[in-house]
Design a protein around this ligand. Structure first.
Ligand SMILES: [Zn+2]
Length: 250
């Protein structure tokens, strides 16, 4: 399928197309890109917003929740008027009004071991979940399909992000074990920063620009107003990503 960027889109994306290494060709790559954003909370709402305005052509959003008053300190696609509505419905409307040149597919389901493969399909995966079991499901399908997984997590005024490329980097199971508690403190700016970093990683991956957060965990400390970085290495004991590495000839 050939997707040509229209005159209107050339105007819309002018400020990024003019960037060296981007151009009309880069914009076409974004238009052909398919990205699934799993979770439409504090991380997913800024991530998907910036993917939409950048011109990612097909975006699938997944969340089974409804908008609650306690979401509004960080989940920036929703307003006071949306309380009680399904998040995916509100988000799709907002994203389509932000950018009429993209397709947004809304799926109001819980991600389970049974449906994760179908929900992700062959899309690039933005992990914007708030719990490790769901993240592990995304990790498993990313490894199985050799799809990149853009991971972000937040706690309080802090956040972290890394980019997982099966066969090239470690996986989420190399990083995390077990299950962390569900409800944590979150100041909205933290997922705002990390969600934007996840979106930036997706854009760079699609365009083949810059350096990805591969084998690097970028850590944001909002209180200290600092970024730091931890070097990551694949855990040789990790069974989850072993076959991806074997297949890649590592
Ligand atoms: Zn692993």
């Amino acid at each position: 399928m050939v997707l040509v960027v229209s005159e209107r889109e050339l105007l819309k994306y002018d400020r990024q197309i003019m960037m060296p290494g981007w151009g009309e060709e880069g914009q076409e790559k974004l238009k052909r890109a398919r990205v699934v954003v799993a979770g439409l909370g504090g991380l997913g709402t800024p991530a998907v917003t910036y993917l939409a305005v950048a011109g990612v052509g097909r975006i699938r959003i997944i969340d089974d929740g409804t908008v609650e008053i306690g979401n509004l300190n960080r989940q920036i696609l929703y307003s006071e008027n949306d309380l009680g509505r399904k998040k995916v419905d509100v988000a799709r409307e907002r994203l389509e009004s932000l950018n009429a040149d993209i397709e947004v597919e809304a799926i109001g389901e819980v991600i389970t071991a049974e449906n994760v493969s179908e929900l992700v399909s062959d899309y690039l995966i933005v992990d914007a979940m708030d719990n490790l079991p769901a993240r592990y499901l995304l990790n498993a399908v990313a490894l199985e399909r050799r799809l990149p997984l853009f991971h972000g997590a937040v706690y309080g005024f802090e956040g972290r992000a890394t980019t997982i490329i099966p066969g090239k980097t470690g996986c989420l199971r190399c990083l995390y074990q077990g299950v962390v508690p569900g409800k944590t403190t979150v100041v909205g700016v933290a997922p705002g920063v990390i969600g934007c970093i996840e979106a930036a990683e997706v854009i760079k991956y699609v365009l083949g620009m810059g350096e990805l957060l591969c084998d690097r965990m970028l850590i944001y400390d909002g209180l200290a107003a600092s970024f730091s970085e931890v070097r990551l290495r694949r855990n040789p004991q990790c069974d989850a990503c072993q076959s991806a590495w074997s297949a890649a000839g590592q």
